[in-house]
Design a protein around this ligand. Structure first.
Ligand code: HEM
Length: 392
């Protein structure tokens, strides 16, 4: 029997905190919820259900739809759009380039960029820490990691930001236009590397062009798709995370002072912030057969959101899940970077960028407070995409 009914409305106006209040209600009253909005989807909000769907990749596939709402289709982009085993060669190529040792090589660069970006904000006594700080640094660091020409940084930043705003406003035409622009850049980068290959041990595009699967090179269109995906995939989450951290610390001056006075606590604080303010609400899967969760059955072929942001506040796993607690004993269990075969390969880079941005922001200021309205992020992100701060 079809058990569908309109359990919640993800299209209602939100503020910075309201989505978390809704998820808390769904976790307790309707943990497997359906909505006809945003294309129609099921939302799993409890930790155990989300973790199961992320881990059982044979049943829960990403190749049909991987985000809510479904982004205008402009081509298949590995690794996110492929299921294992097709997905495996792309991750095998990408993972070594994002190892902890490789990421450590970019920390000094990230710090230099962070200080440079803070200078004008310090001079003017504050600013939007998402738009003027955290949206730039991941692009700059990423540009170094991808070895893109310097003059690409500004267009990449523009396209990445335009893509977030288009997704945030649920504007399919703008999403498609931005995506196609990014495809153009991906094709150009591939042409540059074909003409002058770099060392595959330190260049992702050259590594993809050199990779083989079952004795053949990876298909060119999929290499283009992967370069296109990698161009922006690592930009959004650090920006939104810093926005949310900025809001939290502006509201909690005691914690702000504690972290400023003892920066050794910042790495643990970042991990707890990632749990509490998981920047991606959730990614999507489609079940290949009917699946049951706690008595409710989801038919095969329908979009399912794995609401990581809700799972990470589930009191059944994280005691007092809506509260910031430094050094939680089970913090390693959080799902901010996903689980299973599609878990985030950029985990070390993302963590490092957020930590460095927070360290530098705290070191450069004696204190900060909110200076205006926060612009909340919408599906598929959660948190803030504009946070005006006044430095004290
Ligand atoms: C705070 C920072 C970040 C967070 C919280 C984050 C979170 C996530 C999550 C939750 C997924 C899982 C998607 C799913 O379940 O379907 C994912 C996938 C992915 N992330 Fe990240 N990410 C971050 C930064 C980065 C960075 C810096 C990169 C840079 C390369 C990156 C590259 C990717 C890629 C390529 C995938 C797709 C993996 C696959 O499908 O196998 N991420 N990320």
């Amino acid at each position: 029997m079809d058990q569908r009914r309109q359990d919640f409305d993800p299209g209602l106006p939100e503020d910075f905190d309201s989505a978390h209040a809704l998820f808390a209600q769904l976790r307790s009253e309707c943990p497997v919820a359906w909505t006809g909005e945003l294309g129609g989807f099921w939302a799993l909000t409890r930790y155990d259900d989300v973790r199961r769907a992320a881990s059982e990749s044979e049943t829960f596939v990403t190749s049909v739809q991987n985000v809510i709402p479904k982004v205008a289709f402009t081509g298949r982009r590995p690794p996110l759009h492929l299921d294992p085993p097709d997905h495996t060669p792309y991750r095998r190529t990408l993972n070594p380039l994002l190892s902890p040792a490789r990421v450590a090589q970019f920390e000094a660069v990230a710090r230099r960029y962070a200080r440079g970006l803070l200078e004008p904000l310090l001079a003017q006594g504050g600013g939007d820490i998402c738009g003027e700080y955290a949206s730039y640094l991941p692009v700059q660091v990423f540009g170094e990691w991808m070895n893109v020409p310097d003059h690409w940084i500004e267009p990449l930043h523009r396209s990445g930001r335009a893509f977030i705003l288009a997704v945030n406003m649920n504007d399919p035409a703008a999403m498609k236009a931005t995506s196609l622009k990014l495809y153009e850049m991906a094709r150009e980068l591939i042409a540059i590397r074909k003409a002058e290959p770099k060392d595959p041990a330190s260049d992702v595009t050259s590594a993809l062009l050199a990779a083989e699967y079952k004795g053949a090179p990876l298909p060119e269109e999929l290499v283009v798709g992967m370069v296109r995906q990698v161009l922006v995939v690592g930009i959004v989450a650090p920006t939104v995370t810093i926005g949310s951290i900025g809001v939290h610390l502006a509201r909690d001056r005691a914690l702000q002072d504690e972290l400023r006075a003892d920066p050794a606590k910042i790495p643990a604080a970042v991990e707890e912030f990632l749990r509490l303010y998981t920047p991606y609400r959730g990614f999507a899967r489609t079940a290949t057969c009917p699946v049951s969760f706690g008595g409710r059955t989801i038919p095969a072929g329908e979009a399912i959101a794995l609401v990581y942001a809700s799972a990470n506040r589930d009191d059944a796993v994280f005691a007092d899940g809506g509260t910031f607690v430094l050094d939680r004993p089970n913090i390693a269990e959080h799902l901010a970077f996903g689980r299973g075969p599609h878990n985030c390969p950029g985990i070390h880079l993302g963590r490092m960028e957020v930590r460095v941005m927070l360290e530098e922001l705290l070191a450069a200021t004696a204190g900060f407070e909110l200076a205006g309205p926060i612009e909340p992020a919408r599906w598929p992100e959660i948190g803030a995409i504009a946070v005006p701060l006044r430095f004290l």
